[in-house]
Structure formats: structure tokens, C-alpha cells
Design a protein around this ligand. Structure first.
Ligand SMILES: Nc1nc2c(c(=O)[nH]1)N[C@H]1C(S)=C(S)[C@@H](COP(=O)(O)O)O[C@H]1N2
Ligand SMILES: [Mo]
Length: 203
């Protein structure tokens, strides 16, 4: 037993969780805060599509209904926002990258992914982060369709990174041979965003 528990750790213990689950510098919240730049976009499903493009043998374009026909995966993950709140046990339902990869067949040189969302928002991750057991493109959270604020109709979920990498209002995954910083990364956020290492800001 450590001699000293921070208030943040004590709150995790009081809530009945192992304090080791809380990454450094984070505190537990029971709520699910909403965070993004700009406005919640108006999305019209009649024209909406989701694409996987770039370094793939078979580029993919799907409607939401078509996406929901693919094998579904449900995962329960902890969310860690760079602004220091963490939310435990959020479940997401969607399609795992491995099931999309089977369809698009990534080219051997594909190493990075640039996620494209509405209004030009982007976020970048190594392709390996999408191979993670719990990474999804998700349309539901907590068993309910995503709300507009949380990214309806589709968001990325990358559980190994701070939550800013998990682009809401996702429209495309672009596979690339080279990395390219996304929206928050250009703004000064850390390119890697590993919350276990507190990779918050790039400077
Ligand atoms: N399209 C888009 N996705 C985004 C953002 C954004 O500004 N635009 N912000 C990111 C940030 S900083 C966080 S912390 C999470 C917040 O997701 P939530 O609002 O569902 O909690 O969304 C991420 N995805
Ligand atoms: Mo964030």
C-alpha cells in the first residue's frame, strides 16, 4: 500500500475500482463530457457514406446500413481525455478494423491511418493502433445509437490513445505509407498520445 493516495486515486477506490486503472494525471468522472472543436454537424444519411481509401487493394464505400451488415463487435473500454477526465467501462458497438481490413486488403506499405471526419477534422494513428483488440468504427455506445454530440452516426474508437484520436462524425479512414498530423496534433497535441506515458502535448 502506498503511504499517500491522491484525491483522484481515492475517488477511484471509493467508486469500487482498482486505482491502477487510472492513468497518471487523470481523474474519474461518472458523466460523459462532450468535447470537440466547432459545431455538431448536420448529417444527412441520404448522402452520408463511409470510405476506406488510400493504400488499399480494394477501396470501400459503404452506407450506414451496409456497414451495419458487417460482422459486429462490442467492446468495453476506458476513455481518457487529455483534459484529464477518465470514464471507465464505456461500451461501444461497431465494426472492428480487422473486419474492414479483410474487405479492403491493406497494401504492404500501409503503416499509418488518417481518419477524416465532417468539417475537415482529422486525426492520425499508426495502423497498429487499429489492429488493437478493442479498436472500432462505432455507431452505438452503451447499447444505444450514438447521440449527435458523441459522433452520430459513426465515430472512431481507439482505446490505446487519448480520446482526441477517436474522431467523431467519421467519414473515412485513409491508409498511408507516411504519417500526417491530424487536427489536434497540428494544434500542438502529442503525435503518439499514449495516456500511460502522459503524452499530452508535443512541446
Ligand atoms: N470530429 C471531431 N472528433 C473529435 C473531436 C473534434 O474536435 N472533432 N475532438 C476529440 C476530443 S479532443 C475528444 S476528448 C473526444 C471527445 O468525445 P466525446 O465528446 O464523445 O466525449 O472526441 C474527439 N473527437
Ligand atoms: Mo480531448
Amino acid at each position: 500500500m502506498p503511504l499517500f493516495r491522491s484525491k483522484a486515486e481515492q475517488k477511484v477506490i471509493d467508486a469500487g475500482y482498482d486505482p491502477a486503472r487510472l492513468p497518471p494525471g487523470q481523474y474519474l468522472t461518472e458523466k460523459w463530457p462532450v468535447l470537440h472543436a466547432g459545431e455538431v454537424p448536420d448529417v444527412d444519411l441520404a448522402t452520408w457514406d463511409f470510405k476506406v481509401k488510400g493504400e488499399v487493394e480494394e477501396p470501400l464505400r459503404l452506407t450506414l446500413d451496409e456497414l451495419k451488415q458487417l460482422p459486429q463487435t462490442e467492446v468495453t473500454i476506458d476513455i481518457h481525455c487529455v483534459t484529464r477526465w477518465s470514464r471507465f467501462d464505456t461500451s461501444f458497438t461497431g465494426v472492428h478494423w480487422r473486419d474492414l481490413a479483410e474487405l479492403v486488403k491493406p497494401k504492404p506499405g500501409a503503416r499509418y491511418v488518417l481518419a477524416h471526419a465532417e468539417q475537415g477534422f482529422t486525426s492520425n494513428v499508426p495502423l497498429a493502433a487499429l489492429d488493437d483488440e478493442n479498436a472500432l468504427v462505432a455507431w452505438a455506445a452503451g447499447g444505444e445509437e450514438l447521440t449527435p454530440e458523441h459522433g452520430w452516426p459513426l465515430r472512431l474508437v481507439v482505446p490505446s490513445k487519448y480520446f482526441w484520436k477517436s474522431a467523431k462524425w467519421l467519414r473515412a479512414l485513409e491508409l498511408r505509407t507516411t504519417d500526417q498530423p491530424g487536427f489536434w496534433e497540428r494544434y500542438g497535441y502529442h503525435n503518439e498520445a499514449d495516456y500511460r506515458k502522459e503524452e499530452r502535448y508535443g512541446f
